[in-house]
Ligand binder design. Structure first.
Ligand code: NIG
Ligand code: FE
Length: 413
């Protein structure tokens, strides 16, 4: 049962309060036991019962809850670097999709990859992601788009979850696009999703969420309704890729379907914002995808003012967001979406946990999991302002040190 001291600033990131309320404590101490937080507060107020516990130093850094990347497409075959150039030269994401590139080309490469190949690559990504202090990662299927290959992706995620150290949450995204072999009979593919894949995935506990990409090149709102309602009868909660490139009433749809989150939302309408606020749906902002696709940012300030919790994630995937740098996504949420560093941090901790329906992670409060990061920065504000790689000095998951930077006795900020 250790005590962490010499913490310049600690953000508890409570699930309650507004977007910017991160429960800052200066000169803090943190006590954990059996994988959970036992006490947090000012070091000067450390209760007598903890006074003689072994002490560990945070070296004058900042302590935050372990970061949560609540939207990724982690396991996939191949890359699509040539599309990056095409997009820079003016071909749009939807045009590339209509020409048979985009998701369909990653589907092909993912089908060709073995389960072990997908696993080893995703393992490598997770190891890199851990270096940034990310302790929980949501992972979507959606590049298999048939029974065997969707299950293959989800089983890779299950194996990664079993291996640790990061916590993994899986989402079934069989409705990413309609695979080419079903293009003349989409209804038949939707029946495959609702009558075969969803029941099996729910039965095998392979995912907690069911996601649908609602877009001209993917699924209509009506099709999303059918798929999400079937998923709900099997206990899978909806998540939606909506209002990214065209406004399809995604915010209203997410509220109607009691979705855990609506993600992207660059084109969300005022009506959509109001509906999400009333339903308490989390908006997941994906600023890396916004930048790669050269879109206008989602209206973060309007969402926050309306009372919608805004989470921030990477959307890591080989097409629209080929980067897993959550710190960079948070910095973009600040600079492009005009969120404060505190608001962005809450979006990758307490509100990201909410987007995953997890009430045991994302906050450093007694009883929550002892998932935390020691940052080489004197404050949250400074961490985001003086943006640079390698700021996570020590990452603890469930009370155990998952990674510690070596040979850095003194923090440099
Ligand atoms: O979240 N928008 C749809 N799906 C992914 C992109 C997947 C891809 O391009 O491979 C996204 O942006
Ligand atoms: Fe996505």
């Amino acid at each position: 049962m250790p005590v962490l001291t010499d913490i310049a600033t600690l953000g508890t990131c409570p699930p309650v309060g507004g977007q910017g309320e991160i429960g800052l404590i200066e000169n803090a101490a943190l006590v954990w036991e059996g994988g959970a937080v036992a006490w947090v507060g000012r070091e000067a107020d450390l209760p007598d019962e903890f006074a003689d516990l072994p002490r560990e130093s945070a070296g004058g850094g900042t302590v935050i809850p372990g970061l949560i990347d609540c939207h990724t497409h982690l396991a996939f075959g191949g890359w699509r670097a040539h599309e990056f150039e095409q997009k820079l030269l003016g071909t749009s994401y939807l045009e590339i999709a209509r020409q048979g590139g985009g998701i369909a080309s990653t589907m092909k490469a993912t089908r060709e990859a073995t389960k072990d190949e997908l696993h080893d690559r995703a393992r490598g990504f997770l190891d890199e992601i851990l270096r940034m202090g990310v302790t929980t990662v949501e992972c979507k299927s959606g590049y298999g788009l048939n029974v065997n290959d969707e299950l293959k992706q989800l089983r890779v995620y299950r194996r990664l979850a079993e291996e640790g150290p990061q916590r993994i949450e899986s989402t079934f995204l069989g409705a990413h696009i309609v695979p080419p072999e079903y293009k003349d009979d989409r209804a038949r593919y939707i029946r495959l999703l609702t009558e075969e894949l969803i029941p099996q995935i729910a039965n095998d506990g392979l995912a907690r969420f069911c996601d649908v990409f609602v877009e001209d090149t993917a699924y209509s709102p009506e099709e999303a309704r059918t798929i999400c309602k079937a998923a709900a009868t099997h206990g899978l909660r909806a998540k939606l890729h909506v209002d990214q490139i065209t406004d399809k009433g995604g915010g209203v749809l997410a509220a109607e379907l009691n979705a855990a989150s609506a993600d992207h939302l660059e084109c969300i309408s005022e009506e959509g914002i109001d509906a999400m606020a009333s339903a308490g749906t989390v908006a997941v902002s994906l600023p890396l995808a916004t930048m790669y696709l050269n879109l206008e940012s989602l209206p973060a300030r309007k969402l926050i003012d309306a009372g919608v919790p805004v989470a921030v994630a990477t959307d890591f995937n080989p097409g629209s967001a080929p980067s897993y740098d959550l710190h960079l996504a948070l910095w973009l949420a600040c600079t492009r979406q005009r969120m404060t560093p505190a608001e962005a941090l809450k979006g990758a901790t307490a509100y990201a946990a909410k987007a995953l329906l997890r009430d045991d992670i994302g906050s450093l409060l007694p009883g929550k999991k002892a998932d935390f990061v020691v940052l080489d920065a004197p404050s949250v504000n400074h961490w985001m302002y003086h943006f640079r790689p390698g700021t996570a000095m020590r990452t603890v998951i469930g009370g155990d040190t998952a990674r510690e930077k070596k040979n850095t006795p003194e923090l440099s900020s």
